[in-house]
Ligand binder design. Structure first.
Ligand code: NDP
Length: 452
């Protein structure tokens, strides 16, 4: 990947070491580089971080687990996948982060996600460390029985590494409440413990929290609401484009509509739909929750002026606010150029690292306000931490109370980003603010805990 901006001298050798120790893991390199780019002024101000090799230690996971996941498909054939759990940093609390089931998963993806998770979790201000896991299992086209057998086999190994005080996984791409349910059931059976706090994203009748399902999408929109408010604006009357049509995208769309904006396009890996009247969420939800539901079916069901475009870019749809909510590196320099031409003024990442470095540069040079996923989408993990809190006290809170807590957390994250950016001489820079604020809280905890 081409990087015209050199890294600050103090961190360049650390990045070289990361590349040498983790060959071929390009997404991990990208995530590390993005954080290191922000840390020049921090290292200058705090020599104690360098003396204790805090940044080098942060880039090396505490523990990386890779395991075999054998299972049988519906025709009785043996299938084989690879499982991962990267326990990246536990200075602030138990490892915390989701599990992803997608054929593209390999160690480099899990490490990029785990690394980002450290700073995201730190930014929430809650007591959670960073980790991530998953498998190259492809749930597409698999029956319910196959998903259950795979997921049980996955947990048959994972159970020995996790626990409410150790490591607390949740969902991500391809892992929703059904998969969390099968995993919780298998964990409970193996350990003979009803340990609610070992997984988050549970169902409401068995230890789940209100608002967890909605939290990442809602939180994303709450964050953007703060960005808009910072310059005296709001969502009312704004055109919004949301990529993806999964968990994050759907609840982002719902909240934008509730706040008076209109989402005119959304997508999946087969293309995007463009609906000037505003995405009809009940129809989208109905289609996507059916087996193999595609956004193409949404256009077919709507007919008329609603179009499905399979060979174009969703970023060609003009909008005021763009929310990439599907997957990593889905918004490239070309997409950024299209957004700029269309007059977009805010890009906020609902997904993890959806914007390429080239696209971020182009957006920022054009004066588009850009906010990174580790701040914007932190509402999901924050609500997971609220779920752990309810599990620990054997309590459950109302929807309204939990949503208020989420909104307050997103407001605090937003303000922490801007205040930190100001403090380090980069006013209005959400990337620097998120990276530095996330980093310093973990770094100070690591210093306090000694060389462990
Ligand atoms: P889902 O599996 O519910 O949805 C993912 C969506 O993105 C689907 O529309 C999917 O389309 C699309 N997508 C996935 N991979 C690709 C790809 N390679 N190319 C194009 N489209 C793709 O996942 P989530 O909504 O939970 O996650 C979306 C993003 O948000 C991820 O980056 C995740 O890490 C991040 N995130 C999620 C959190 C959560 O709480 N769930 C918390 C914080 C971040 P298709 O169906 O065609 O594959």
């Amino acid at each position: 990947m081409h990087h015209p901006h050199p890294l600050p001298d103090a961190v360049a050798p650390i990045f070289e070491e990361v590349i040498r120790r983790n060959p071929g893991e390009s997404e991990f390199h990208q995530a590390v580089r993005e954080v290191l780019e922000s840390l020049g002024p921090v290292v200058a101000k705090h020599p104690e971080y360098a003396d204790s090799a805090i940044i080098r230690r942060l880039c090396e996971p505490e523990r990386q687990i890779i395991f075999r996941v054998p299972w049988t498909d519906d025709s009785g054939r043996v299938q084989l996948n690879r499982g991962f759990r990267v326990e990246f940093n536990s200075a602030l609390g138990p490892f915390k982060g989701g599990l992803r089931f997608h054929p593209s998963v390999y160690l480099g993806i899990v490490k990029f996600l785990g690394f980002e998770q450290i700073f995201k979790n730190s930014l929430t201000g809650l007591p959670i460390g960073g980790g991530k896991g998953g498998s190259d299992f492809d749930p597409k086209g698999r029956s319910n029985g196959e998903v259950m057998r795979f997921t049980q086999s996955f947990m048959t190994e994972l159970y020995r590494h996790i626990g409410e005080y150790t490591d607390v996984p949740a969902g991500d791409i391809g892992v929703g409440s059904r998969e969390i349910g099968y995993m919780f059931g298998q964990y409970k059976r193996i350990t003979n413990r009803y340990e609610s706090g070992v997984l988050t994203g549970k169902g409401l009748t068995w230890g789940g929290s209100q608002v967890r399902t909605e939290a990442t999408g809602y939180g994303t929109v709450f964050f953007v609401q703060e960005m808009l408010a910072a310059t005296g604006g709001s969502f009312a009357g704004r055109r919004v484009v949301v990529s993806g049509s999964g968990n994050v995208a759907r609840y982002a769309i719902e909240k934008v509509h509730e706040l008076g904006g209109t989402v005119v396009a959304c997508s999946d890996s087969g293309g995007y739909v463009w609906d000037e009247a505003g995405i009809d969420l009940p129809l989208l939800a109905q289609i996507k929750s059916g087996p193999g539901g595609r956004v193409a079916d949404y256009a077919a069901a709507k007919g008329g002026a609603v179009r499905h475009i399979s060979d174009g870019s969703i970023w060609d749809v003009t909008c005021d606010v763009a929310l990439p909510c599907a997957t990593q590196n889905e918004l490239d320099a070309e997409g950024a150029a299209a957004l700029i031409r269309g007059g977009c003024t805010i890009v906020a990442e609902g997904a993890n690292m959806p914007t390429t470095p080239g696209a971020i540069r182009a957006l920022r040079e054009a004066g588009v306000r850009f906010a990174p996923g580790k701040a914007v989408n932190a509402g999901g993990v924050a609500t997971s931490a609220l779920e752990m809190q309810q599990n620990a006290s054997r309590d459950s809170w109302s929807f309204e109370h939990t949503e208020e807590r989420l909104q307050e957390i997103m407001r605090q994250i937003h303000d922490r980003c801007l205040e930190t950016a100001d403090e380090y001489g980069a006013p209005g820079d959400y990337v620097a603010g998120a990276n530095i604020a996330g980093f310093t809280r973990v770094a100070d905890a690591m210093l306090a805990l000694g060389l462990v």
